[in-house]
Design a binder for this molecule. Structure first.
Ligand code: HEC
Length: 147
């Protein structure tokens, strides 16, 4: 029990730090509906590889090209007001636009982790779920906006 309590306090401390460095007013207004998602650094690294199939349209730096919109910055941040399940399902069903439906659930979670990291979310201990039903019960944690 004591262990559980100290984990609770540690998580509270981390949340407080996350709130203090938060810069995006839109994210501050969003009221998380469930426990925050997490993703691992390893997932984000794998996702960087998956992103090789997205670069031609979204750009090497995720800032967008003629073929596709930016996947970072203020315009994209509206995505974080929705359930994490929405972004996952959108990518899984529609991307890459020239071969929709070709990503496995695991690759979708990995590339989403890479996009989240690129948007200022910090990797954690737990992997991002590749099950939209689980993601639908979770929310985005506060994060630092990347331009
Ligand atoms: C052939 C070009 C092309 C490729 C390749 C491609 N996309 Fe896209 N993507 C688009 C276009 C065009 C849109 C905007 C249309 C739309 O939202 O349906 C888009 C939209 C998106 C969005 C939503 C953007 C927003 O502002 O909400 C995400 C997320 C996304 N793509 C992720 C990916 C990922 C991840 C990959 C690689 C696995 C990928 N795309 C590969 C063309 C592409």
């Amino acid at each position: 029990m004591r262990l559980l309590l100290s984990i609770g306090f540690a998580a509270g401390g981390l949340l407080a730090v996350g709130t203090a460095v938060q810069l995006a007013p839109t994210a501050a207004e969003a009221q998380p509906a469930g426990p925050p998602i997490s993703f691992t650094d390893q997932q984000a690294r794998q996702g960087r590889g998956v992103y090789g199939g997205c670069e031609s349209c979204h750009g090497g730096d995720l800032l967008g090209l003629d073929g596709g919109p930016a996947l970072v910055g203020e315009g994209f941040a509206r995505r974080f007001n929705d359930s994490p399940a929405e972004l996952f399902t959108f990518i899984k069903d529609n991307m890459p636009a020239d071969l929709p439906g070709s990503l496995t659930p695991a690759s979708t979670a990995a590339v989403m982790a890479y996009i989240l990291q690129s948007n200022g979310f910090t990797a954690g201990a737990d992997p991002l779920s590749s099950d939209p039903a689980v993601l639908a019960t979770q929310s985005y944690p506060p994060h630092t906006q990347v331009p």
